[in-house]
Design a binder for this molecule. Structure first.
Ligand SMILES: *Cc1c(COP(=O)(O)O)cnc(C)c1O
Length: 345
């Protein structure tokens, strides 16, 4: 019996077709810029997002951190949301490697209010820290895959431009945002100084992310990537999966969103409370407090039927749909949870 893994969209395994592309990919030494498949992926990514150049990196974390290193000088501040991936899950690397200080703004929806960003930028005095960068996240992981409203992005980018501060997008799941809004991704990322997106999440590749920006930014980021230990050799083997993912796995993200919505709806019907409500992309949180069920116990029980879920604590579970979960897997999950609730009441 194959497992239904709803913990994350990072758990997807490459399909036979993707593996074929990987096995037959032309390769070369990428530190000499001689890997044709990596070059192709980088050009493709830049083109799809509407930027001059791209850089293949082994992970989203490296993409974000190389971007921060490239945009900032040691001693500057980076303004970002208080629950953002860069702040919470990247081990304070901006401080450790780039010598910059996070300046967080706590929100309840992942969207930075422009007024608060304005207030977080110090007056231009030699004795106050300078703001080197603003970073946004779209979709917002810790907010349950929320889409950053495009008009809020526009307003923030206009403000940032007016004060000359660059803006980076942690777009690990920016294709989910584009598909949810039914808008070309190019439009959503227009005006950012750099964007990182992950191939290894909903797009289904086993490894890799791409950082895009201007030619001069990517020239600097190339130095940063090497310094961070991300200079790779015949990595066209893995970049081929990224090319395949961009060609085949973008539009189908809509299925993941529909599956998440259906699962969230069913859980809501059973008394779970769901955030965000309505579900916006492929991620949501289910809270068990009102139905008096321990999320860890539920997880242990579901595992017996081959369903893996990710409780964050006794009351909160994060559900994530992806290309290894289909409609019948959603049915099975709903049934198994119904059975558990019936037997435990
Ligand atoms: C997954 C993710 C990243 C990067 O994660 P890696 O595991 O380093 O590839 C960055 N930002 C967000 C919002 C993410 O969800």
């Amino acid at each position: 019996m194959s497992e239904i893994d709803l913990r994350s969209d990072t758990v997807t395994k490459p399909t036979d077709e993707m593996r074929d592309e990987m096995a037959t990919a032309p390769v070369g030494d990428d530190v000499y810029a001689e890997d044709p498949t990596i070059n192709r992926l980088q050009e493709m990514a830049a083109e799809v997002l509407g930027f001059e150049a791209g850089l293949f990196v082994p992970s989203g974390t490296m993409g974000n951190q190389v971007a921060i290193w490239s945009h900032t000088e040691a001693g500057e501040e980076v303004i970002l949301e208080g629950d953002s991936h860069i702040y919470i899950y990247e081990l304070a690397t901006m401080s450790a490697f780039s010598g910059v200080m996070p300046r967080t703004i706590k929100t309840d929806n992942g969207v930075l209010p422009v007024e608060e960003v304005k207030n977080a930028i110090h007056p231009d005095k030699y004795y106050l820290p300078r703001t080197g960068l603003i970073a946004l996240e779209n979709t917002h992981n810790n907010q349950g895959g929320r889409v950053y409203p495009p008009e809020e992005i526009r307003e923030l980018l206009e403000f940032a431009d007016s004060v000359g501060v660059p803006v980076h997008l942690d777009g690990a799941r920016v294709f989910n945002a584009a598909v949810a809004l039914d808008q070309p991704v190019e439009e959503l990322v227009d005006g950012f100084d750099s964007v990182m997106f992950c191939l290894s999440k909903g797009l289904g590749a086993p490894v890799g992310s791409v950082l895009v920006g201007s030619e001069s930014f990517i020239e600097k980021a190339l130095v940063g990537r090497k310094r961070f230990g991300g200079g790779m050799r015949q990595a066209g083997i893995i970049a081929a999966a990224g090319v395949y993912a961009l060609e085949n796995n973008v539009d189908r993200l809509a299925e993941d969103h529909a599956n998440a919505r259906r699962l969230a709806g069913a859980l809501q019907g059973m008394g779970f409370s769901i955030t965000p409500e309505p579900t916006e992309t492929n991620i949501f949180f289910a809270n068990t407090e009102e139905i008096g069920v321990n999320a860890n116990d539920l997880a242990v029980e579901l595992e017996r039927s081959g369903i893996v879920i990710g409780p964050r604590d006794g009351e909160n579970i994060r559900f994530v749909t992806h290309l290894d979960v289909d409609g019948s897997d959603i049915d099975k999950t709903v049934e198994a949870i119904e059975d558990y609730l019936a037997s435990s009441s």
